[in-house]
Design a protein around this ligand. Structure first.
Ligand code: MG
Length: 442
């Protein structure tokens, strides 16, 4: 079992992810990537600069070249891996978590986020750290053009002229996070009139909590209505997750952001779609209409990246509003997703786009269970699926795909629960399905 690595890097409060630990983890990461050139980036959290110092020192001490990009979004840093021909990347950010948290997110030279399993290998190296000779200590350099280069790249994948002619007005809520350093500039370059809120960096996130939930973006919703804007957009602290607000002030949840992105992408280019087992069947319905397949993975960014590489996928994503556009990188790119929205708005208003999405209702249940019981419950679901020859996926819990509905039974990784989630065309069927499976597994 990994001691420090979770599904997405090493995460903790400042007294857990200390400067000392950050240095040791960085040294092990440097050894794991066999020295080479490692990109370092961070968000604006108050502990970011201290941890950044530890990380670059750790990398250089084992012979890596550390290239520090400054405060940039996670997708910016991940995009730069290919551009700078780096062997890996460490992003210091706790994403949408509260400001007292921080984390080291690790990405390899191919742009694939390092999973818990690979994290375990890195942890083994922590006991075997070997400093280089004094004259072999790595270089530490700064590279300040990353956001500019990311903007230039995003602009390659949308019709900039078409967007400019449309004269859109959009409200941007950067949540005082890294989107502040790139989103207003990107949208100005797309010729969009913008109103920005929470668009200065502040590691305390004073404007709103970092996670762009409906409750947290009330100010954005009010702003869209008051200014009669075409849309609103909000990001989390590292700029990979994104949510929209339509021109009427309706909140557009992450799974719909992903579904819209799939709709737009498949209209442009056909290919498979990669998503996690927790994603709405709406994606499958859109894929079916386009004669392409949905490939399911376990929950977590690393598994999505791994699956996209080598499955002929044109898009990937997860239900919280993270969309991967493989043409730019394997990161969930909240900037390209936002630019794609601008392009789509040239055709019709966002509320009209939402009408194109298949409608599903869902029901969520929690079954209390300790570790042993969790396993048994999931096994029961698997047995039932096998015995009844159902169409199922068991990469993370058991997802059973039915004609117009689906259900998943999955053990929580952090809490003493098994989660049961059912989705169907109407609420009644979803409820019935959830109850039916609760009975089966209990
Ligand atoms: Mg994030």
């Amino acid at each position: 079992m990994a001691k420090y690595f979770g599904t997405n890097g090493v995460r903790g409060l400042f007294n857990e992810l200390t400067p000392e630990l950050a240095m040791r983890v960085a040294q092990a990461i440097g050894m794991y990537f066999k020295k080479g050139k490692i990109i370092v980036a961070r968000d604006c959290r108050l502990t970011g600069e201290v941890l950044r110092s530890s990380v670059v020192a750790g990398l250089a001490s084992v012979g890596c070249e550390a290239v520090y990009l400054g405060i940039v979004t996670a997708p910016t840093a991940e995009f730069m891996i290919k551009k700078l021909k780096a062997d890996g990347c460490i992003i210091i950010t706790a994403s949408h978590n509260p400001p007292e948290w921080n984390a080291l997110k690790v990405v390899d030279g191919k742009g694939i986020a390092v999973s818990k399993e690979r994290g375990e290998e890195i942890e083994k190296l922590m006991g075997k750290i070997k400093l280089v000779e004094w004259d072999r200590v790595g270089k530490i350099t700064n590279y300040e053009m990353a956001s500019e280069e990311h903007i230039a790249e995003v602009k390659k994948y949308v019709d900039v002229e078409k967007i400019k002619q449309k004269k859109l007005k959009v409200v941007l809520d950067c949540g005082n996070g890294t989107a502040s350093v790139i989103a207003p500039k990107l949208f100005k370059e797309l010729g969009i009139e913008i109103l920005s809120i929470n668009a200065h960096l502040d590691g305390r996130f004073p404007g709103r909590p970092s996670e762009p939930t409906e409750k947290n973006v009330k100010e954005l919703i009010a702003g869209v209505k008051a200014s009669a804007a075409d849309a609103g957009i909000a990001w989390d602290a590292d700029g990979d997750r994104v949510i929209f607000v339509d021109e009427k002030g309706n909140y557009v949840i992450g799974d719909k952001v992903f579904a819209l992105s799939v709709l737009w992408k498949l209209a442009e280019k056909k290919g498979n779609v990669v998503t996690t087992v927790a994603t709405s069947k709406a994606i499958e319905e859109i894929a079916k209409k386009n004669n392409v397949k949905v490939k399911y993975t376990a929950i977590g960014a690393p598994y999505l990246c791994e699956k996209i590489t080598g499955s002929n996928a044109v898009i990937g994503g997860e239900e919280v509003g993270g969309v991967i556009w493989p043409e730019i990188s394997l990161a969930k790119d909240g900037m390209l997703t936002a630019a794609k929205l601008a392009e789509a708005l040239c055709e019709r208003p966002l509320s009209k786009w939402l009408l194109e999405l298949p409608v599903y209702h869902n029901v969520k249940l929690k079954i209390e269970a300790d570790e042993g019981k969790k396993k048994k419950i999931v096994e029961k679901a698997l047995e039932y699926a096998k015995k009844n020859k159902l169409d199922f996926v068991d990469v993370d819990g058991v997802r059973v795909n039915l004609e117009d509905s689906w259900v998943i039974v999955r053990a929580s990784g952090t809490e003493n629960y098994v989660r049961l989630f059912a989705e169907a065309k109407d609420e009644e069927t979803a409820k019935k399905l959830a109850k039916q499976y609760e009975k089966i597994v209990k």
